[in-house]
Structures are given as C-alpha cells and as structure tokens.
Design a protein around this ligand. Structure first.
Ligand SMILES: [Zn+2]
Length: 133
C-alpha cells in the first residue's frame, strides 16, 4: 500500500462524505426531508431532533440535524465561532463509515449504534419518532 493509494482512498471517502452532506442539506433546503424520513430520534423532554434516518437514492442516510452546539465544539479550527453544525453519514451500505452516531443537543448527549438504528427501522413504521432520554 503506497502513499498515493492511501491518499486516493482518503480523497474518495472525503468526497463521498461531502456528497452526503450536500444531499442532506439539499433535502432540508428544498423541504423534501419528510418524504425521505424513515425515523427521527428526538430528545424525550426537549423535543430537539437529534438524528434523521433517511431513505435516499444513495442508501440509508443518518443525518445530524443542524443545531446549536455548546462549549468547545462551538469553535472551528480557526477559532471562529460556529454555533450551527451540519453533518451526515451513511449507514449500512458504507461499512468503513462510523457505526456509532452521536445524538446531541444542548440537553441530550447519547450514542446511537447502527445496530440500534437497524432494530428501530425493523420495529417501527416509516416516519416514526424514537425518543432518547
Ligand atoms: Zn435538546
């Protein structure tokens, strides 16, 4: 395995991630999120949307809804404040991707595993809401 190969793999993974983020942002922007929504993970008390599980042409997408991020995570690398984040990742088809997903807002900080998401997808109707403590 040479450096060029490693770099190519890294670049293509990076490009794939960027494409997913764009896809997710586009669904939000064009208000098409709901028609793709399989599950929404929400804070039980605060009702914040923590994760969106979406049925897309590229596979099952785990979307981290944009939201306020408190404390140190609110700073970008260059030191500028960043109180809203948007991230996305694929589930199932993308085995090298993270299999654990942070479900966080200012009130809740939970980890949801891919295994839990698969079980919730199997046990719930499309569009269901899953409450996290
Ligand atoms: Zn919250």
């Amino acid at each position: 395995m040479n450096d060029e190969f490693v770099r190519d793999v890294f670049d293509s993974a990076h490009a794939a991630h960027a494409r997913r983020v764009r896809l997710y942002e586009e669904l939000v922007r064009t208000r098409k999120l709901k028609s793709h929504l399989l599950l929404t993970y929400r804070g039980r008390n605060c009702r914040c949307a923590l994760l969106h599980i979406l049925d897309t042409t590229e596979g099952v997408l785990v979307g981290h809804p944009p939201g306020k991020v408190s404390t140190s995570r609110a700073m970008k690398v260059d030191g500028t404040p960043q109180n809203r984040t948007k991230r996305a990742a694929f589930l199932l088809r993308d085995s090298p991707g993270p299999e654990r997903f942070g479900a966080r807002c200012d009130h809740v900080s939970e980890i949801v595993t891919a295994e839990q998401i698969r079980a919730d997808l199997a046990a719930n109707r499309r569009g269901a809401e899953i409450q996290l403590p």
